[in-house]
Design a binder for this molecule. Structure first.
Ligand code: MF3
Ligand code: CO
Ligand code: CO
Length: 249
């Protein structure tokens, strides 16, 4: 069942979305060589709580932090620790806020200093896939139009698309129906978007394989071949003639 949010619920999600977006934008000046992922997470915790919101991930199914910070070949769900950011890393930060019971979910991949051209292009293309997907959102469209648009970017460039990692509905909880795969698929073809649905759209691509390993901490997910991976995510509202990005400008 895909829930339709009321105007009041959407107002709360907009607040939750803006806090998470402002946090990710302010991290551009914070993510520098030498800082640890734990220090970044502390900054995020302080940022979210000082804006009258609650970190959406903290204690979610036992998750111990306010952010997931995933470096280079880590795809998602990196638990912040004493790892120091270094020149040449790509660092994905995924975060969310809860405001009056309503969730936002958003991620951004930061390039630290200079990276090789392939990696730089991967980051740029993953971001483009997010916006290509979002551009298909409107009441009456098929969910698969979004999935297909994202998957096309990966196909054109030969990136790995992880079948076990998908976007999702979001709102009253962090993960709601429907699943939003990052590739053309039959299931999404039968789902028609309606005004008031709220979706977390989140392309994740690698320079190599689409296969992943789960780390022994039971959270961190890395590419099996050690290739770099990028991740971008927005919480998006379906409107009658298009969309509104709740975690953006
Ligand atoms: N934000 C992730 C997603 O995009 C989920 C994180 S779950 C957590 O779906 F527990 F790791 F926080
Ligand atoms: Co997320
Ligand atoms: Co998500």
């Amino acid at each position: 069942m895909i829930s339709i949010k009321s105007e009041q619920e959407i107002e709360y999600m907009k607040v939750a979305g803006k806090i998470a977006y402002d946090l990710l934008m302010s991290l551009k000046d914070i993510i520098k060589p030498g800082i640890t992922t734990k220090e970044i997470d502390k900054y995020a915790y302080d940022f979210i709580t000082s804006h009258d919101a609650t970190p959406a991930f903290l204690d979610y199914e036992g998750y111990p932090a306010s952010t997931c910070i995933s470096i280079n070949d880590m795809v998602v769900h990196g638990i912040p620790d004493d790892t120091k950011i270094k020149e040449g890393d790509i660092v994905s930060v995924d975060t969310g806020a809860i405001y009056k019971g309503y969730y936002s979910d958003t991620a951004y991949t930061y390039i630290v200093g200079r990276v090789d051209m392939k990696t730089e292009k991967l980051v740029r293309d993953t971001r483009k896939a997010l916006y290509d997907g979002i551009s298909k959102v409107k009441a009456g469209a098929k969910l698969n139009d979004v999935c297909k648009a994202i998957g096309e970017v990966a196909k054109r460039n030969g990136y790995g698309v992880f079948e076990v990692l998908t976007g999702h509905g979001v709102g009253k909880t962090l993960h709601e129906d429907p699943y939003i795969p990052n590739y053309n698929n039959h299931e999404s073809e039968g789902i028609i978007l309606k005004e008031g649905m709220t979706l977390a759209i989140e392309p994740m691509f690698s320079l190599g394989t689409k296969e992943v390993w789960l780390l022994p901490d039971d959270w961190g997910i890395i590419t099996r071949d050690g290739s770099n991976a990028a991740h971008f995510e927005h919480t998006v509202l379906v409107t009658h003639d298009g969309y509104e990005i709740l975690t953006g400008e």
